[in-house]
Write a protein that binds this ligand. Structure first.
Ligand code: PLP
Length: 410
């Protein structure tokens, strides 16, 4: 079931004013994060009978991490950079979990030395390396096994963020994780399993069907290891509405399903690592129109920013919803929005904008609070980096000013 929010993408009058003030002050493309909206959303997520982690890759901005920390979230980090960014916000390392297909011995040592004690293991090599590093430092740590289930191809041919239904580098099959295939020393305490093979799902029925499809195979592995009160970490994958979508996932239904899974499979805890669902709707990418032109029957709106700031639309062929910063009554016109890179790949989508859109208008791309700037390709063509600002109440804080190419070129 999905909940339909017809006005989900509508820009609140207060937000319009705040973004307008940012545009005037910065005079450059920017990301803005609505911390009040984020806080009230996070407060509703806490009803779940699940331990919630934030997948830091979705948005590593300090103020965003601080909001999640204040709401009791743990942090799923995938690199020393993410680890250090979370620690720098005053988060205790016992609230940090490490997942990721690469964990070199040096990385593992750094994580252990900085106090991380929970790891999601993705290969036998990682088991051996973590054991060696834990032994060297005379520590014992908790681990989950990342399980990759052979997964049927979807009917609509869509692929998920982790690579679709083909084998991926994330985790191993249940058979490879059986006690006959791998043993653990007393340094590693096996707490449970991790499985996450679905992406950006807006329909709670579909998400829950994925979980139910996975659970019997995960439960068989947990039985093989005879783990008391096991943990099942179901990753992320809860969607947010991009262009053409107005539904949002029914969080109540998700909570009920988690409680049922816990009971049905006698689990100690369910965990989730939320990325886009936690933060995506609370970010905007704002850029100015540089040119509007017709070419062979197509209206091109070319913006000053583009994929160097917001690559996700080009990567996924799924646009961030867009509207002009200043509301217009003009009839909508189909347009292609392009950025400033010299490649046809720099397309932010085939969308519709009011027919009077013109040079120097500002465009607001919404749902851009997750997988925005840090998922982009900021250096190509040596343009300036976008600014990042936070909005709380009437307060606008520039957390990262726009920076010219000279700030990063060797
Ligand atoms: C291990 C892991 N957990 C959680 C997430 C967050 O996923 P989402 O943004 O779909 O919630 C990701 C995203 O790639 C991931 O790799």
């Amino acid at each position: 079931m999905t909940v339909c929010h017809e006005h989900y993408h509508a820009l609140h009058a207060d937000m319009r004013l705040a973004l307008d003030a940012c545009a005037h002050q910065l005079d450059h493309s920017f990301y803005a994060y609505d911390l009040d909206g984020l806080d009230s959303h996070l407060a509703t997520l806490k009803q779940a009978q699940a331990k919630l982690w934030f997948a830091v890759k979705a948005n590593p901005v300090s103020a965003v991490i601080q909001s999640l920390a204040a709401q009791g979230f743990g942090f799923d980090v995938a690199s020393p950079g993410e680890l250090n960014q979370v620690l720098a916000q005053g988060v205790s390392p016992d609230r940090i979990l490490n997942t990721g297909p690469v964990k070199t011995p040096a990385m593992l040592r750094e994580f252990l030395q900085k106090g991380v004690r929970i790891f999601v293991l993705e290969s036998h090599q990682q088991v051996h390396d973590l054991e060696a590093e834990a032994k060297r430092l005379d520590l014992s740590v908790d681990v989950l096994l990342r399980v990759q289930l052979p997964w049927p191809k979807s009917d609509d041919g869509s692929i998920n963020v982790l690579g679709g239904s083909d084998p991926t580098p994330f985790g191993l099959t249940p058979e490879q994780w059986l006690p006959t295939e791998i043993q653990f020393s007393e340094r590693l305490q096996l707490r449970g399993v991790h499985c996450f093979q679905w992406g950006n799902i807006l329909d709670a029925d579909e998400l829950i069907a994925n979980w139910q499809g996975a659970m019997p195979r995960l439960a068989a592995l947990l039985d093989a290891w005879q783990i008391a009160e096991p943990v099942v970490d179901l990753g992320g994958g809860l969607g947010i509405p991009y262009t053409g979508q107005s539904d949002v996932i029914d969080w109540q239904q998700v909570c009920t399903a988690l409680a049922q899974l816990k009971q049905q499979y006698n689990l100690g805890e369910c965990w989730m690592e939320l990325g886009r669902y936690a933060v995506g709707p609370y970010g905007y990418y704002v850029s100015r129109v540089a040119d509007v032109k017709q070419n062979q029957g197509v209206t091109f709106v070319v913006i000053e920013g583009g994929s160097q700031h917001a690559l996700r639309p080009a990567l996924t062929n799924q646009a961030f919803p867009v509207q002009p910063l200043h509301a217009s009554e003009a009839a909508p016109l189909p347009v292609q929005i392009h950025g400033s890179l010299c490649t046809g790949l720099d397309c932010l989508g085939k969308l519709s904008l009011p027919g009077d859109v013109k040079r120097d208008d500002w465009l607001v791309f919404s749902q851009a609070g997750a997988y925005g700037f840090t998922e982009s390709m900021p250096f190509f063509l040596c343009h300036s980096l976008p600014a990042e600002v936070t909005l709380r109440g009437a307060e606008l804080t520039v957390v990262r000013p726009a920076a010219p190419a000279a700030s990063y070129l060797a």
